[in-house]
Write a protein that binds this ligand. Structure first.
Ligand code: SF4
Ligand code: SF4
Length: 384
């Protein structure tokens, strides 16, 4: 397993995490088995909304005596009421659900207190202008949550939350299909086949999503990813907007090569699926490679834009082309060179100025990126 830093929280988290969906409609035994498999495979990041109580109880049992091995992303504003999961902004219900979370987990803190599922502008305005955010801040001041997060499917709302300064971690739906779409308040549209039929409108990453990635990366706001397989659609040739089935590892690699992403919550429903996702970290590059699929998709052309996929490697002189392009793009988007980006660039072993214009990488790039020009530009931005 590889580990990344969860933005400015500084917490080290596994690149692959365990989402909550895999435990739903199962049993406590099943949950315990899944959690143990996660631990055995180096996973330390666990997402948890308040669905069936046995899930919280199972996680509580699994954590006994080894709380420090778990990084918990617990959801505020999700409640188990009358035998059903419910998203709520009713403060009485929010507080009761939070009490239930701590009691069943048998812990005195969760690492990330995630304000649950804010997709609509009106909801965002109420949550951030009202009692929900105040309550999250109070929990943080009391040490019951260490950091405040928010989950959403809407990049427009996500960017506002990021800019609010109150959020350190954002749980966002990320995959190459959703990334082409403009922001939308209705999550159901992401799953509609008709959404992907407006072929002319769908090409490359949506600018608002790009802005979100850039802002989060340069401001230390970590993204934790949900829906990496687009609800399974990307794994099925008939449903995928790219016309071919992507593999689990290709989907995970796409997410993990987006700026600011720290961990991807695998939607594993059983031990086998979880082990397959965890094996991503040791998989050979050719098994993770997604660039050819996106570049050759008949209707959806990701062209003339670096996707940071790494398909052009190896560079003749050892430049990490994907990283150089990413750092240069972050600077161009901000109109300045942020200090953190300058430091990351300086830490690269080989810099853009060492490019000998051999052109080998351009032959390998499926997106037609003019890499030599990009290296010249990066050398100009960073001064080497
Ligand atoms: S230059 Fe092309 S191949 Fe290289 S990382 Fe960017 S998109 Fe991928
Ligand atoms: S053109 Fe430059 S960046 Fe590309 S492989 Fe050659 S030396 Fe490396």
């Amino acid at each position: 397993m590889n580990y990344r830093t969860l933005g400015k929280t500084g917490i080290k988290v596994s690149e692959i995490g365990l989402g909550s969906e895999g435990y739903v409609n199962q049993s406590e035994e099943h949950s315990l088995e899944l959690i143990q498999a996660a631990i055995d495979n180096g996973i330390n990041y666990f997402d948890l909304y308040n669905s069936e109580p046995y899930i919280r109880a199972a996680l509580g049992k699994a954590m006994k005596g080894r709380r420090d091995k778990f990084v918990l992303q617990g959801h505020l504003c999700s409640a188990w009421l009358d035998g059903q999961y419910k998203r709520t902004r009713d403060m009485e219900q929010v507080k009761a659900a939070c009490h239930d979370l701590f009691e069943l987990l048998d812990t005195d803190y969760v690492d990330i207190g995630m304000i649950h599922y804010v997709d609509e502008q009106k909801d965002f305005d109420q949550v951030f202008g009202g009692e929900v955010l105040q309550y999250a801040k109070q929990l943080k001041a009391e040490g019951k949550i260490r950091h405040i997060g928010m989950s959403t499917h809407n990049p427009k709302v996500a960017l506002q939350a990021a800019k609010s300064g109150d959020i350190e971690v954002m749980m966002l739906s990320v995959n190459p299909a959703y990334d082409m779409l403009p922001s939308d308040e209705d999550v159901n549209n992401l799953f509609e086949e008709s959404t992907y039929s407006q072929k002319s409108a769908l090409s490359n990453i949506d600018p608002e999503r790009e802005d979100l990635y850039t802002y989060c990366e340069t401001n230390g706001i970590a993204l934790t990813v949900m829906k990496p397989y687009a609800g399974g659609a990307l794994l099925d040739a008939k449903e995928s907007p790219f016309g071919v089935a992507m593999s689990v590892h290709q989907c995970l690699h796409y997410c993990l090569t987006r700026p600011a992403v720290a961990t991807v919550l695998s939607g594993a429903h059983n031990k086998e699926q979880l082990i397959e996702a965890a094996a991503y970290c040791d998989a050979p590059e050719e098994k993770k490679e997604y660039a050819t699929i996106l570049a050759s998709a008949p209707a959806h052309s990701f062209s003339d834009k670096c996707m940071y996929c790494g398909h052009c490697a190896p560079c003749t002189v050892g430049i990490d082309i994907a990283s150089v392009n990413k750092f240069a793009d972050l600077c161009e988007a901000q109109g300045m060179v942020p200090e953190t980006v300058r430091e990351h660039y300086a830490a690269l072993e080989v810099h853009a100025s060492e490019c000998v214009s051999c052109g080998v990488c351009e032959t390998n790039c499926p997106f037609g990126v003019k890499i030599i020009e990009h290296m010249e530009k990066a050398a100009e931005i960073f001064g080497n």
